[in-house]
Design a protein around this ligand. Structure first.
Ligand SMILES: CC(C)(COP(=O)(O)OP(=O)(O)OC[C@H]1O[C@@H](n2cnc3c(N)ncnc32)[C@H](O)[C@@H]1OP(=O)(O)O)[C@@H](O)C(=O)NCCC(=O)NCCS
Length: 301
């Protein structure tokens, strides 16, 4: 299958050419075991687990140059991996853009490899996560245990999600999980998110074992409809399409992320007028596919 990798091969090879022979040897000896350990770790709820598993194989004191080299070498193998994955056309069409972004990132990169980027690149180059749209990536296997739903009910947020969870087939696994790619944000807008949901629906269509799609973020928090209306679509569109929301609660990471880009939200947080809370967005496969079908009909009409 042609992923149009050709223009970027030289960029990945150049990243490898920067390495010393010792670093080359380290990558060569770790590559296969690291890939296998990462794949084993991928269904864990923590999307960073594959990267942590790779670090354990690489061993203490590994440099970020070696990490980048490993990613470049896995990127060169990506067409073969993807060919074996039977992905829908909507996902395949996104690969040239994503590979180009990754090649540009690795070419320019020096100094620290931010852990979130490393974690995403491990998953992407090993085919554990696939592109969903220009700024969204989808993990192919995530769990949704009953614990969070029970906590939502126990904490007084209502019974709704419990019934929806049971109706979606409580024991059914795995779920897709969407993440934002903060390095290339040009698709972080309503159209971009609709594309991401639609890609997830196509994956569900081709993989009957999938229970649906989830996302976890501060940006699903209901007060944002008032205080950051440009983000309201993130919660309202999935809800209109049959998703349900499970309260996860406040936390330092959510406060930090919610305050990163918006001065007005940061001011509300600092004054104590707003507390950022994370929510789990759960979109069961039946409703997600129905939403995608009606979107297609809308586009055709
Ligand atoms: C998630 C994120 C990318 C959303 O960014 P965004 O679409 O620009 O939306 P934000 O509400 O955060 O907007 C940031 C600010 O830029 C302004 N802005 C954004 N787009 C604009 C545009 N096109 N024109 C003018 N101003 C704009 C907004 O007005 C806002 O400032 P304000 O709220 O004080 O008015 C951003 O908040 C972010 O990078 N957060 C940290 C990382 C993160 O949380 N990632 C998701 C993990 S779950």
């Amino acid at each position: 299958m042609d992923l149009h990798l050709t223009p970027d091969v030289a960029a990945f090879q150049a990243v490898l050419a920067r390495l010393s022979s010792e670093d080359w040897a380290r990558i060569d000896s770790a590559s296969q075991t690291a890939a296998a350990k990462a794949a084993e770790a991928a269904p864990h709820w923590d999307f960073e687990m594959p990267a942590k598993a790779v670090d354990a194989v690489l061993g203490a004191g590994v440099s970020d140059e070696v990490r980048r080299g490993l990613i470049a070498s896995w990127a060169l193998q990506l067409p073969d991996r993807v060919a074996a994955m039977a992905l829908p056309a909507e996902v395949l069409a996104l690969y040239p853009y994503w590979i180009e972004q990754l090649a540009a990132f690795l070419t320019k990169a020096e100094g620290d490899y931010v852990f979130d980027h490393w974690a995403k690149d491990v998953r992407f180059t090993l085919g554990l996560s696939v592109p969903a749209a220009k700024s969204q990536v989808i993990d192919l296997s995530s769990p949704v245990g009953p614990g969070q739903i029970i906590k939502h009910v126990r904490d007084g947020w209502g019974f709704g999600p419990l019934f929806r969870y049971l109706a979606a087939g409580a024991k059914r696994e795995p779920w897709l999980e969407v993440h934002t790619e903060s390095r290339w944000l040009r698709g972080f807008n309503e159209d971009g998110w609709n594309e991401a949901w639609a890609t997830a629906a196509e994956l569900c269509r081709t993989r009957p074992e999938l229970a649906g799609m989830i996302g976890s973020s501060w940006f699903y928090d209901p007060p944002l409809t008032e205080i950051s209306p440009r983000l309201a679509h993130l919660r309202l569109n999935p809800l209109k399409g049959g998703a349900f929301m499970v309260h996860q609660g406040p936390g330092e990471i959510h406060t930090e992320r919610a305050g990163t880009a918006s001065a007005s939200r940061k001011a509300l947080i600092d004054s104590g007028d707003y507390t950022a809370r994370s929510w789990l967005m759960v979109w069961p496969r039946k409703e997600l596919i129905a939403w995608a079908d009606s979107r297609k009909m809308g586009e055709a009409g």
